[in-house]
Design a protein around this ligand. Structure first.
Ligand code: ZN
Length: 201
């Protein structure tokens, strides 16, 4: 942010009185513009052992694969947002079964929440933001063509749960190494990983 959204004056970055970190502070009206992480919400939909993924039609990561997901909107719950994104990107009508993972990405100020969901109607199709949608076998997931490192992490957790024939709710912090390509999963490490095992699959 360079200009105040209230009065249009330039903002400067400084630590406001009583605060402990720099904020965008307006040089005109004095408004403090707090910037906080944003939530990205989506669904992991499994059917006959296969996982539903969408190939993105929009930047960033156009042409790469992701579960249906997008930014949470004001006024909606996280599960409702995940279902909305699923309708928009995969034309899929689904129901939430439970939280699958919550992964924090502090280097870009995002938190991802993926929910396990099941289809309520069999048909899926590419929405306006998808080039195509497809079902993937667990041993055929398109690693190497995934949209973001966090998607890589989420799908690896999903595969690990399958191998161990369990269901779990995961939390983790996906830490960028601070160097190297930000789109290469090899430059990330999952920290603070907690898995709450729900029951055998
Ligand atoms: Zn202002």
């Amino acid at each position: 942010m360079n200009y105040c959204s209230h009065c249009g004056h330039a903002v400067e970055r400084r630590v406001p009185p009583g605060d402990d970190r720099p904020r965008a502070v307006c040089s005109g009206c004095g408004a403090i513009h707090y910037e906080n992480p944003r939530a990205v919400v989506g669904t992991l939909i499994e059917q006959h052992g296969r996982l539903l993924l969408c190939r993105r039609a929009i930047e960033p990561a156009r042409g790469l694969w992701t579960p249906p997901s997008g930014f949470l909107e004001l006024g909606e719950s996280s599960p409702a947002g995940a279902l909305r994104e699923t309708r928009e990107e995969a034309m899929a009508h689904a129901a939430i079964e439970g939280l699958f993972c919550h992964i924090d990405l502090p280097h870009i100020g995002q938190s991802y929440l993926f929910y396990r969901a099941r289809l309520l109607a069999p048909d899926v199709a590419a929405g306006p933001e998808s080039l195509e949608v497809a079902w993937f076998e667990p041993d055929g997931l398109p690693f190497g063509q995934l949209a973001f490192p966090v998607i890589h992490t989420a799908l690896e957790l999903w595969l690990a749960d399958r191998r161990e024939t369990r269901r779990a709710v995961h939390h983790g912090l996906l830490r960028w190494s601070g160097a190297g390509n930000r789109f290469d999963p090899a430059n990330y490490v999952l920290e603070e990983h907690m898995a709450l095992v729900l029951h055998p699959r």
